[in-house]
Design a protein. Structure first.
Lengths: 172, 361
């Protein structure tokens, strides 16, 4: 069976959707699926094709061997690890793999950790900027709660500290 | 014979100190995983790259930057015999992965063996801190302090969104694995253990046996650790583990109290029977040893056996492992010979500490 989008490559992804008893089927190849992204007709936004793909390409999935036949498999420029290799061994090759596979990681991390974003320790030396940003964020929140409680003097004090930090951030 | 101090003593110095809640919690451990930004992870590193990582990280210790935390010894895995490696694994000072699979692997050990820093394990750097008893917060504080020192010397792979980047996606974020080793004989005896362990896994914690992933819970020893590393801060992770462990401690103590009240004679019989067998048996396999030692530990904690110290039991926990036995008797052994030597060692250890046999006269 060929892909119903491009008609050239074999269809490797098959969807069956049943909404209110009405059945719709898609048969597409992986590269069209990736191009189409969220655009598969009738698919709700939250259920993007990317998240489906990552789910499929997750560890040990036998259907994940497909990328070898596609012209440009997703891979890390730094160490050369392909996404297919990653999903097979479940290990990254270097720190750049995280940005190379970034859009596919959210569903995986969500499943493993129920979260996608770090909120813990930050390295002191290299993370000064991040630390500064986090502090500003926190101060803004505090400032708004002061404003809501009409404690304007306290809010003004925080506003000045935020400005100071923003100047510091620009220098970093 | 071996030139390394660590393989002569079964008990690391840090284990000699008594920790809080040590009637239930044997030890607390925190491990932190870090990587260097500009090097491929150990999985894909060439021999040359592994050596670069090793040199850069070992320098931190060799140049004395860790001195505030005691004196450290850097040991290359390539300089160790298979037996030495095995003993280090049995003492929890290195992981089986570092012992068997690493290239350019090394361990930086503190003198009391409370800190062990692995280089070129699955990640470039793994800092592990061990404390006796229930001191998980203290272990994190120490690990974090050592982490800061390495961070001054090395560019860590860190991402604003994902946190500390690790080889395995299950460690990304904080890179922290905090665990407590608990002795839970009364919960096992009263068959409440499964209910509790199921509840534990539902609040994001994992349960394993004495030697980590995939190992059996021998001798009623359970290792409870955080399952996830991303999303929560280190303090939240530690607090969660602390809170759950605290509850398990209370449950175990309540179960022990009930056992004493409701079936004191049967418990006392069980404990003394095990003590008798350990002090007289000629053949002892590792499984039976673990179970009997658990009984004796329970007896000591309940005050039913007066003369057995927790220290002797902790020592025996490590001494009865295959690598350490081989090391102690300095000979190669098959399983049958090991069971014979194990019995001999336990007999000696129990009677050596007390000529009266340890039971109240």
């Amino acid at each position: 069976m060929f892909c119903q989008e491009c008609g050239k490559r074999p269809a490797t992804l098959h969807f069956t959707k049943i909404v209110n008893g009405e059945k719709t089927e898609f048969h597409i190849c992986e590269s069209c699926a990736r191009e189409k992204g969220e655009g598969i007709p009738g698919t709700p936004n939250s259920f993007s094709i990317h998240s489906l793909l990552s789910g499929l390409l997750d560890f040990n999935s036998p259907s994940s061997a497909a990328p070898e036949s596609t012209p440009h498999p997703v891979h890390c420029e730094e160490c050369g690890l392909t996404y297919a290799q990653f999903s097979k061994i479940g290990r990254f090759g270097c720190s750049s793999c995280y940005s190379a596979f970034s859009d596919r990681l959210d569903p995986l991390l969500k499943r493993v950790h129920s979260s996608t974003t770090h909120s813990g320790k930050i390295p002191k030396r290299s993370g000064g900027q991040i630390q500064c940003k986090r502090e500003i964020e926190q101060l803004r929140k505090d400032m708004h709660s002061y404003i809501e409680q009409e404690e304007f003097e306290n809010a003004a004090e925080l506003r000045d500290r935020i400005r100071e930090l923003e100047r510091k951030l620009a220098e970093l | 014979m071996t030139k390394h101090r660590f393989s002569e003593d079964a008990l690391s110095d840090w284990m000699r100190g008594a920790g809080p809640d040590s009637d239930v919690v044997i030890s607390s451990r925190v491990r932190v995983a870090r990587n260097l930004r500009h090097q491929p992870f150990p999985l894909l590193a060439t021999g040359e790259q592994a050596t670069e990582v090793l040199d850069q990280l070992a320098e931190v210790s060799l140049s004395g930057q860790l001195n505030a935390y005691g004196s450290f010894d850097t040991i290359l895995l390539s300089d160790l015999s298979e037996l030495d490696k095995r003993v280090l694994v049995e003492k929890h000072l290195i992981s089986p992965n570092l012992a068997n699979e690493s290239r350019g692997g090394a361990v930086i050990l503190s003198e009391d063996e409370a800190v062990s820093i692995m280089i070129n394990e699955e990640d470039h750097l793994r800092i592990q801190c061990l404390y006796p008893g229930f001191q998980i917060g203290e272990a994190w504080t120490l690990a974090s302090g050592i982490d800061d020192i390495f961070e001054e010397a090395a560019d860590y792979a860190f991402d604003e969104k994902r946190g500390y980047l690790t080889t395995c996606p299950t460690n990304v974020g904080t890179g922290i694995r905090a665990s407590v080793m608990m002795h839970l004989p009364a919960l096992v005896l009263t068959q409440h253990i499964n209910r509790i362990l199921t509840a534990v896994t539902q609040v994001g914690l994992a349960v394993r046996g004495l030697y980590g992933e995939g190992s059996e819970a021998l001798g009623n020893l359970f290792q409870i650790s955080n399952q996830t590393t991303l999303g929560q801060s280190e303090d939240e992770i530690i607090e969660n583990l602390h809170g759950v462990a605290k509850q398990i401690i209370e449950h175990e103590r309540a179960a022990r109290k009930r056992l004493l009240e409701e079936s004191r004679m049967r418990i006392e019989d069980r404990v003394r029977r095990s003590y008798g067998i350990l002090s007289h048996a000629v053949i002892m396999d590792s499984k039976e040893a673990a179970q009997r030692l658990s009984d004796v530990r329970l007896g000591a904690d309940l005050g039913l056996l007066k003369d057995v110290t927790p220290q002797v039991l902790n020592e025996l926990l490590v001494m009865t492992q295959p690598g350490f036995l081989q090391q102690a008797f300095n000979e190669k052994m098959n399983a049958e010979q090991r069971d014979y030597r194990r019995a001999e060692l336990i007999r000696g250890q129990l009677s050596g500490k007390n000529d009266h046999g340890g039971v109240e006269q």
